[in-house]
Structures are given as structure tokens and as C-alpha cells.
Design a protein around this ligand. Structure first.
Ligand code: FAD
Length: 399
């Protein structure tokens, strides 16, 4: 679209993906209306890791200073054996990530990231409407007509479905089956570091790997809080879409089985857990799964993934950057620009989805496979743990 043709884009969903798309599009001069079904924006009380491929984009959006004030920047990622406590390998982050990839590796509170993006969206002129559940759309001769639960209809040139893993817009666009239960449950907690004994405080990312389990913890809010995520295998909960429930420490400990003293002490130091049932989809197999006509999907609506590469929100933010560039500076009709977006994004998203599944198998390995994993990590360390194609690649910055 040339500047005089900048058209209205409606985004359904005000999670990290929808807000990121709103910021990116509005900053490129594309008018945006964002419809969020919840009466207020609220991210879960949990942390999030952002690789250099993602912080690079936030910096390009002018959010680098604000990010540096709210995030933590861990010096290293260390892998440890959940049963013996032994250190298996270390990936240096900090200055190394900055030097190699031109941007830092950050860990932060989700609510902080959400308010960073929300403030940036408002500053860029995005109209954020809360309590607006999008039901679907119909294509008209010159655009899309988006219908909401309170019988309103909004006209736009393009509709972006950023409505998460249970996306209603995906359902209308692709008509495929709901996301699948992975067989994995995530227990999450945030603990004030000041409440922990000194030997349990930590300013690095640590991944504990054990049979049918792994645990990750890292600092957030400048290191004042420690975010913990414990993943175990378990049964599909009765209400699998209700994915935020009270998690009981005894149930977690039972599902973990025998873990070493170090890890046990850390998990026992957590006063309260929340529990999520993890869902994903098969990796994308083509651009058609991300855009058709005047409607495109973004973030978890398009490519829900296991969190074992810590890149679900990262891919949503990359999607947002590419979407905005295609809409603002691409060639041809709105549909053609959305198609270009999908073509530029689907294969990378599919690769990250597949790698996340593979990581889960490696993290949770048992017997000889676990033995081989530990040996390779000890021998290869950084070479095995770094992911240059991920951290150096992604959405081109510029304009
Ligand atoms: C345990 C765990 C750890 C993770 N760790 C990381 C990590 O370290 N790094 C990382 O990058 N990613 C991580 N992820 C993944 C990341 O959380 C998700 O990929 C990301 O939050 C998806 O954002 P989204 O905006 O696409 O979807 P969501 O966050 O689900 O947002 C969707 C929004 O749409 C709204 N909505 C839904 N339906 C409608 C409708 N019909 N109309 C209007 N609004 C609607 C919802 O209310 C919601 O606000 C993790 C995930 C889990 C489960």
C-alpha cells in the first residue's frame, strides 16, 4: 500500500502476538483497530524468554530502552541433569549474544512485555477495543466485514487472526481439528528471590533434564523474581481449554518421580504453582495455512508450538514485523500482500515448531538416549546448545 492507500486492518486478539502486530503495522502507517474479547488485558503471572532474534525487533520498534529497564539479561544458559545435579553444558549469553547476534537474550515478566507493547500500540495510534469478541467475517466486494458477539460489524481491508491456540478465525479459515493435547503439563511459578535462601537464588537460565520431565528457571524484573516452569507427562485434563489452574506441589512431585536433592529443594521452595495443559499442532505445511484472501493468521492461532525452544511469542513478534512490512510496502492487492507475508513466514515457523518437538524428546529422554545426550552436551557444550539459524535469522529490520 502506498501512503495514500493505507487501509484499515482489524486484529482479533490482544495477546503478545496481536499487540505486536498492532505496534508494527501502526508504526508503518497502517491504521489498526484491535479487538480483544477480555474486558481487560491481562497476561498470566509468568515469565518469558526472548532470544536476540526477538529483542532485535523490539529495539527496531524503539522499545530497547524500556525493555532494558524491565527485563533481566542472564549471563548464561546452563543445562543440568535432574537426577544427579551434574552440569552438562553451558551456553554463554550476555555479551556473547550481543556480539554474535547484535541484540541481547532477555528474560522478563509477561505482564511487563504486554504493557510495553500496549503502551507502544497506543502511542502509535492503535484503537484498542476491549470486551469485543470476534465471531467471524465475510468477504465483501471491497474488504472484509468482521462480526462481533455484541452484534456489531466492523469493516476493514484486512483481518488478522491473533486469537491464540483456540482461534475461532482459524476455524473459519481452515476448518481443521482443534489443537492437540501434547501429553505434557506445565507447572509455573514466580518466586521473589529475596524469599529464597541465598544458594537457591539464580541469575542465569537453568534447564534441568530428566526422564519424562524438565524444569527451567530464570530471573525476571531485573533479577528480583525467579520464574520456574516444570514440565511433566500427564493425562489430558477434563477441561483442556481451561489451561490455567491451581497446581498442587504434591501432584508435581509425584509426576516428577525421583529427582536429585538440588532440584527437589528448588521445587519444594515454591509456595504455589499454576498448571497448564500444553497443546500444539503439526508444523505448518504451506503458506495457505497462514493466509487466504484478506485474512491472515499470526502467532499461536497459526502455529501453536511446545515451549521447548522458548520461541512461541518470539515467532509471533517476527510474524508481526513481516506482516507490517508486507502490508505497508508490499506489491499488489491486500490479498497478495498477505500471501507474501505467509510465504515469508510459514517455513521458519514450521522449523521452529519441529525443533521444539525434538527438544522435548531430547530433554525428556530416558536410558541410553539420555546417556548419549549427556555425553554430547559435555563434549560439545556451546556448539550443541547455540541455535545460530534461529538467533541470527528471522524478520528483516528496516523501514
Ligand atoms: C509454559 C509456557 C512457556 C512459554 N515460554 C515461552 C518463552 O519463554 N518464550 C516465547 O517466546 N514463548 C513462550 N511460550 C509461548 C507463548 O506464550 C505463546 O506463543 C504466545 O503467548 C502466543 O501469543 P498469541 O498472542 O499468539 O496468543 P495468546 O497469548 O493466546 O493471545 C490470544 C488473545 O486473543 C484473545 N482472543 C481469543 N479469542 C478471541 C476472539 N474470538 N475475539 C477477540 N479476542 C480473542 C485472547 O483473550 C487473548 O488475549 C510459552 C508458552 C507456555 C505454555
Amino acid at each position: 500500500m502506498t501512503s495514500q492507500e493505507h487501509k484499515q486492518v482489524v486484529i482479533a486478539g490482544g495477546g503478545i502476538g496481536g499487540l505486536a502486530a498492532a505496534v508494527a503495522c501502526a508504526q508503518q502507517g497502517v491504521p489498526v483497530q484491535l479487538l480483544e474479547r477480555a474486558p481487560q488485558l491481562s497476561e498470566e503471572g509468568a515469565g518469558i524468554q526472548l532470544g536476540p532474534n526477538v529483542t532485535r525487533i523490539l529495539q527496531a520498534w524503539g522499545l530497547g530502552t524500556a525493555l532494558s529497564q524491565m527485563a533481566a539479561f542472564p549471563g548464561q544458559l546452563q543445562a543440568r541433569d535432574a537426577q544427579t545435579g551434574q552440569a552438562l553444558g553451558t551456553l554463554t549469553l550476555g555479551a556473547r549474544a550481543q556480539a554474535l547476534y547484535g541484540a541481547p537474550y532477555a528474560t522478563l515478566h509477561r505482564a511487563d512485555l504486554q504493557s510495553l507493547l500496549h503502551d507502544a500500540a497506543l502511542a502509535a495510534g492503535v484503537q484498542v477495543l476491549l470486551g469485543q469478541k470476534v465471531l467471524g467475517w465475510r468477504e465483501t466486494a471491497d474488504g472484509v466485514e468482521v462480526s462481533t458477539a455484541d452484534d456489531a460489524s466492523v469493516k476493514a481491508d484486512a483481518l488478522i487472526g491473533a486469537d491464540g491456540v483456540w482461534s475461532a478465525l482459524r476455524q473459519q479459515l481452515l476448518g481443521d481439528a482443534p489443537a492437540r493435547f501434547t501429553g505434557h503439563l506445565a507447572y509455573r511459578a514466580l518466586v521473589a528471590q529475596a524469599d529464597l535462601p541465598a544458594h537457591l537464588r539464580s541469575n542465569q537460565v537453568t534447564v534441568w533434564m530428566g526422564p519424562r520431565l524438565h524444569v527451567v528457571h530464570y530471573p525476571v524484573r531485573g533479577g528480583q523474581w525467579l520464574n520456574l516452569v516444570a514440565i511433566v507427562h500427564g493425562d489430558k485434563p477434563d477441561q483442556d481449554q481451561d489451561w490455567d489452574q491451581v497446581g498442587h506441589t504434591e501432584a508435581l512431585m509425584q509426576a516428577m518421580g525421583a529427582v536429585g536433592r538440588d532440584l527437589h529443594e528448588r521445587l519444594a521452595s515454591v509456595p504455589a504453582w499454576r498448571q497448564w495443559a500444553l497443546h500444539d499442532r503439526e508444523p505448518l505445511n504451506g503458506a495457505k495455512q497462514m493466509a487466504q484472501g484478506r485474512v491472515a493468521l499470526l502467532g499461536d492461532a497459526a502455529h501453536p508450538m511446545r515451549p521447548y525452544l522458548a520461541q512461541g511469542a518470539g515467532m509471533a513478534i517476527e510474524d508481526a514485523q513481516v506482516l507490517a512490512q508486507c502490508l505497508a510496502h508490499g506489491a499488489g492487492s491486500v490479498s497478495a500482500r498477505l500471501q507474501t507475508y505467509a510465504e515469508q513466514r510459514w517455513a521458519r515457523n514450521a522449523r521452529v515448531q519441529a525443533r521444539a518437538i525434538r527438544n522435548g524428546r531430547i530433554f525428556h529422554a530416558t536410558g541410553p538416549v539420555a546417556w548419549g545426550r549427556n555425553l554430547s552436551m559435555r563434549l560439545l557444550g556451546e556448539r550443541l546448545m547455540d541455535v545460530p539459524w534461529l538467533y541470527a535469522g528471522g524478520a528483516p529490520i528496516g523501514r
